[in-house]
Design a binder for this molecule. Structure first.
Ligand code: ZN
Length: 331
């Protein structure tokens, strides 16, 4: 399936989702394994639930300093090459999944760092998040307004009313008030708005609260046009009923990486000798990192020591996670 682009086509996908009470998830990716896991999960979910097709969003940040995913995509560190590969990978991989309506999103595009990109032709994407949330509200509105006036006829635009903090910092922002969010939306001209609803980026535990009542108050002013970020910081049980609260899109990334890494670690430890060879295992056992149980004497095996084998583990965990999210939001 080709990528859905063009403002009206993308709006239609959101309208159809809204009619079914669906919240469209937006998964960030910084490698092909994640991209394939997301597409594959969506396709399988559609088949298993006898749905003709389902929408799904793949996204990437560019030079966003908390996680510059386009920069991370290749070892060159060049954001422009990362973006090209992201688009090419998504386009080519999507050909294998004809029951998926794929949306491509630029996440946390920074008004300053990503200015060159924001000024370029964005018609190959489905939507973009224009992020000037680090600025005071009036300046944020002014910058965002200038962007929506320039690009709003081409592409769906998500704005950010309040900054969503990074859990590694000390900072704690206030929950977005409904009147502030309404004003931001009206004056900036965005289609969807990110509000601070208590979640955090990169939170290490599932220990935070999603404030559904704050979302509902915003919904009463602007309708179902709220985007939730920082979802990895809350447990799945707390985010089942998002559509009713006015959420139309949820951005997710941290959880995919955080929760697949333990599976890979376990796989490599359990297969240590096949992954690293007996000499490396012996050394790590002597240093106290591995126990005698790993000293099987087995030699390196391509079934375990390759990038493909490692990616298979990551892919499997991510795919299950994406399906679980779809189970929450496409019911
Ligand atoms: Zn975010």
């Amino acid at each position: 399936m080709p990528i859905i682009t063009g403002r009206e086509n993308v709006k239609k996908i959101y309208e159809e989702a809204a009619n079914r009470g669906w919240v469209i998830p937006c998964f960030c990716t910084e490698n092909l394994t994640t991209t394939e896991a997301v597409l594959s999960a969506a396709s399988e979910y559609a088949r298993e639930n006898r749905l003709a097709r389902v929408p799904i969003t793949l996204a990437m940040t560019v030079r966003y300093e908390h996680r510059p995913q386009a920069v991370n995509y290749t070892r060159t560190g060049r954001w422009d090459l990362g973006l090209k590969l992201f688009r090419a990978d998504a386009q080519i991989a999507s050909e294998a999944f004809d029951n998926v309506d794929l949306l491509l999103h630029l996440d946390h595009a920074q008004y300053d760092l990503d200015a060159e990109l924001l000024d370029s032709d964005l018609t190959g994407y489905s939507s973009v998040m224009y992020d000037a949330s680090a600025l005071p509200l009036d300046q944020n509105i002014q910058k965002t307004r200038a962007f929506t006036e320039k690009k709003g006829s081409e592409i769906l635009i998500e704005g950010a009313c309040d900054e969503i903090v990074d859990a590694s910092g000390e900072e704690h922002c206030e929950i977005t008030a409904a009147d502030k969010c309404e004003r931001y939306m009206r004056e900036s001209g965005v289609d969807m708005v990110v509000a601070n609803l208590g979640t955090e980026h990169r939170a290490s535990g599932q220990n935070l609260c999603y404030h559904g009542e704050a979302a509902a108050a915003i919904r009463d002013r602007i309708g179902h046009r709220i985007v939730l970020h920082g979802t990895s910081s809350v447990s799945n049980e707390k985010i089942g009923g998002l559509y009713q609260d006015g959420i139309c899109k949820v951005n997710i990334w941290t959880a995919l990486e955080r929760d697949s890494s333990p599976a890979l670690t376990e796989f490599l430890v359990r297969n240590a000798s096949k992954a690293a060879g007996p000499d490396a295992v012996k050394r790590l056992a002597e240093e106290g990192y591995l126990t005698d149980k790993c000293l099987t004497g087995e030699v390196s095996s391509l079934g375990v020591c390759t990038t493909t084998a490692r990616q298979e583990i990551i892919f499997g965990v991510m795919k299950e996670m994406v399906k679980n999210y779809l189970n929450l939001w496409y019911k």
